[in-house]
Design a protein around this ligand. Structure first.
Ligand code: GLN
Length: 185
């Protein structure tokens, strides 16, 4: 069963994207919900709020170890921040399973939200919607870079984890979700 972390943020849109691909998802809201999933999407929203809720609900440590043991993850925007080993402009870290550094709200106030089209790994011309997005400032050698925008890394894969700065669930393009579903096979 595909799980979508449903504590805060744009989780419904991910569930709709999965439904369009014929996949029924489970909303993950509690510790016990974690036991019934074989993959998870971490949605965009507010990483500080999501991080606090994960801790308050005692989900942070179990979710971290599930990811370290191979649970496939698609993390978008705030979700990417939750996965990152380091956040350049924040002293917090959350799941710390992805060996990258990110910068929160990295595109500044003037152009904090925008849409662009770019390649993502094997995929051509993916529509990418950025909303107060982070970008990736540093990756360890083991991390595969999937996408860039303006010289900055916006998509990565490391083992069972895909991290994206943008919001594929707000686009009609379902190929990012398909890429994630392939990780689960
Ligand atoms: N700015 C948010 C954060 O720092 C991320 C924005 C998003 O997920 N669209 O957590």
């Amino acid at each position: 069963m595909v799980g979508v972390l449903a504590l805060q943020g744009a989780f419904r849109e991910h569930i709709i994207s999965l439904e369009k691909l014929g996949v029924k998802a489970k909303e993950v809201r509690t510790l016990s919900d974690l036991s019934s999933i074989d993959s998870i999407i971490l949605p965009g929203g507010e990483s500080t709020v999501q991080g606090k809720l994960l801790r308050a609900l005692n989900m942070m440590v179990p979710l971290k170890s599930m990811i370290e043991q191979g649970l496939p993850v698609l993390a978008t925007c705030a979700g990417l921040i939750l996965l990152a080993n380091k956040i350049d402009n924040d002293e917090n870290t959350y799941l710390s399973t992805l060996p990258v550094s990110v910068k929160r709200n990295a595109y500044g106030r003037q152009v904090s939200s925008f849409i662009t089209t770019s390649n993502l790994g094997p995929l051509n011309a993916v529509e990418m919607i950025f909303i107060r997005a982070p970008y990736i400032t540093n990756v360890e050698d083991v991390v595969e870079v999937l996408s860039m925008h303006d010289g900055k890394i916006t998509g990565v894969r490391y083992k069972n984890q895909i991290g994206l700065s943008f919001h594929p669930e707000l686009s009609n393009d379902l190929r990012c979700h398909e890429l994630f579903l392939k990780l689960t096979k």
